[in-house]
Write a protein that binds this ligand. Structure first.
Ligand SMILES: *[C@@H]1O[C@H](CO)[C@@H](O)[C@H](O)[C@H]1NC(C)=O
Length: 421
């Protein structure tokens, strides 16, 4: 019943939908514009959770668990991702009554998601994820692995046997990440709120219905919003599904319950410390508050050639060699291409990328990762996934070189400053 894999090209570029406000990415009508692998299911079958007869082909009917939700974060402390976008938490399938199913197939708990995406031709999805699907502790790889193994493996329509025969190992996980990203692109929470005049503020408060009314109008169902200490922190959009997660029709529904926010006095704080995104044709207006500290503004310009200095809690210590490792020996010179909100780095060894939370440069890197710059205390700091935190297991001295990790999971934390060369 499956047809051969067919690839449908994706076009998000530039379509700005005639709105006066710049769009972060173009909202589109339905997520099924984003199909990559043809499930052969179509969308004329019964709708998940509201079927009237028993469905046998669970490649084309999502069960058990036909209630799907996409969840997004608004993280401000520390802030993650662009200052003018919510970030992806994930897409989850739950039972029709809302009880969760988790971690359904440990044999498919793949690791090395970034490499898997790159190896299977989905580096466009990966670079989007590096900007918009970011872990608050800087460990994106662990976060993606967790979302896939916990939630993706519970989707019946993504079982390997549902994919065209001959699909590579892990192809169903690639399809999962592509679909999460595709759904996210149809859910521009920040834009929907700002179109209704609701933007982050250090002083204003909102009622819950001020937030949900424009979102319901744009989405087609009332989302659930969760709060932390009276501030919005998470939003969940709910769906039923006709057909497969691969290419089915996601039908917006009201959230089964309203989320943890109170009905009034809700804060929507500014994200400080992360630059506004300029992807998708957006023209880089920043809504980042400068506040009383000097952190958090995107620098106007960045050098095109620079060395990269490490700044620890006890001051500047050495810099990055051309392989991307940290050392006190003569640092390498990096070529910087792009703008302060999105650039790539290349050294004499080759392109630089973050893979499994490890920064490195070399001829084995086929796709350069995207970084952004944040000015802080007179320095231009390198940020990955909106975070300026990097760490190594120790401090280098003499001829030693330390591997550089994104985030602060390792013993020695530091930031990386671009110094014009
Ligand atoms: C809907 O389909 C599922 C999966 O086959 C089945 O378990 C459930 O009983 C069906 N519901 C009805 C009302 O037939």
């Amino acid at each position: 019943m499956l047809t051969a894999a067919s690839l449908v090209s994706l076009v998000f570029a530039g379509a700005v939908l005639g709105s006066a406000l710049p769009q972060l990415f173009s909202p589109v009508d339905t997520p099924n514009l984003f199909k990559r692998v043809d499930s052969g299911c179509g969308t004329s079958g019964q709708t998940s959770c509201s079927n009237t007869t028993v469905q046998k082909d669970l490649c084309c009917f999502q069960a058990p668990g036909g209630l799907l939700l996409q969840t997004q974060f608004w993280d401000t402390n520390p802030s993650t991702g662009p200052s003018n976008s919510w970030t992806i938490h994930g897409t989850t399938v739950t039972s029709c009554d809302g009880t969760f199913q988790e971690s359904c197939d440990s044999s498919r708990a793949y690791t090395g998601i970034a490499s898997l995406l790159t190896a299977q031709g989905a580096s466009d999805t990966l670079s989007f994820m590096q900007q918009y699907w970011v872990d608050i502790n800087g460990d994106n790889e662990k976060f993606w692995e967790h979302e896939w193994s916990t939630h993706g493996t519970c989707m019946s329509t993504l079982e390997p046997s549902c994919l065209p025969s001959g699909s590579a190992k892990g192809a169903e996980a690639i399809a999962f990440f592509q679909q999460v990203v595709a759904l996210f692109k149809t859910l521009p929470t920040y834009e929907w709120l700002s179109d209704a005049g609701i933007t982050p503020s250090s002083s204003k408060t909102f009622t819950l219905s001020q937030l949900t009314t424009p979102l319901k109008a744009a989405f087609g169902g009332t989302p659930a919003i969760d709060c932390t200490s009276g501030a919005v922190n998470q939003i969940s959009y709910y769906y039923h599904l006709k057909g497969s997660v691969l290419d089915g029709e996601f039908i917006p529904i009201d959230a089964p319950s309203k989320g943890s926010c109170a009905s009034s006095g809700l804060k929507y704080p500014l994200k400080t410390g992360s630059p506004a995104s300029t992807s998708g044709g957006r023209t880089g207006t920043t809504s980042t508050g400068t506040g009383t500290t000097s952190t958090g503004t995107a620098p106007g310009s960045i050098p095109t050639k620079a060395t990269i200095q490490a700044i620890t809690s006890s001051g500047s210590v050495g810099g990055l060699l051309s392989a991307g490792t940290w050392s006190t020996q003569t640092p390498g010179t990096y070529t910087i291409s792009g703008s302060s909100s999105s650039f790539t780095l290349t050294s004499s060894k080759g392109k630089c990328a973050v893979s499994s939370s490890t920064f490195s440069c070399g001829s084995s890197v086929s796709t350069a990762s995207t970084f952004s710059a944040v000015s802080s205390g007179g320095n231009i700091l390198v940020a990955f996934g909106g975070s300026t935190a990097f760490s190594s297991s120790g401090t280098p001295s003499g001829s030693t070189a330390e591997t550089v990790f994104t985030g602060s999971s390792q013993g020695t934390s530091f930031t990386l400053a671009l110094v014009s060369a």
